[in-house]
Write a protein that binds this ligand. Sequence first.
Ligand code: SAM
Length: 174
Amino acid sequence: MITVLRLGHRRGRDDRISTHVGLTARQFGADRIIYSGKKDSNMMESLRDVCDRWGGDFEVEYREDFRRVIKDFEGLKVHLTMYGEPFQEQVSEIRQDMEDKDVLVIVGSQKVPREVYGYADYNIAVGNQPHSEVTATGIFLYELNGRKVPEVFEGAEVKVVPSEDQKLTETFDG
Ligand code: SAM
C-alpha cells in the first residue's frame, strides 16, 4: 500500500495544489492521501467527489498530528525534498523493499520542519532544484511503480475514450 502524506495544508491558499497532489497520487498508483495542516473538509470532499466519479478505492483522510502519522507508520518512509539524494539512485532499492512493506511518501508545502528529515528512511530529490509537490509526487510515484500509469479504476461513473481530436467520455450507471 502506498500512502502520500501532504504536510502543512493552508486553507484557501493551498486548495488547488493540495487537490492536485491528491489527484496525482491517485493517478500514479497511491492508495491513500493523508492531509495535515489546517483541516479543509470542503477541499477533501471535492477531491472525494472526483474520485467517486472517476472510480477506484483512493482514500482521503485528515490527521492533525503529522508527527504521529510518520512515527506510527510501519513501513518505508520516503520524504521528497529538493535537498535530498537523487531519486534515480534510490528508487530501485525502495521498489524491492516495497514488495513486502508499505510506503509513506511525504511531501511538504511551505518550509518542512527539520525533524521530518530525521524521521524519514529516505530523503529523496527529484532534481535538486525547487519545483512543486505535485511534480515531485508524480515523477517519484511513476518511477516507483515501474513507469506504469494505472488505467483501470473500478466502479467509475465516467471514463475517457481516448481520441486524437475530440473530447470523448463514456458514462456508466452507478
Ligand atoms: N523550500 C521548501 C522545503 O522546505 O523543501 C520547498 C517547498 S516546495 C514549494 C513544496 C514541496 O515540494 C517540498 O516540501 C517537497 O516535498 C516538494 N519538492 C519541491 N521541489 C522538489 C524536488 N526538487 N525534489 C523533491 N521534492 C520537491
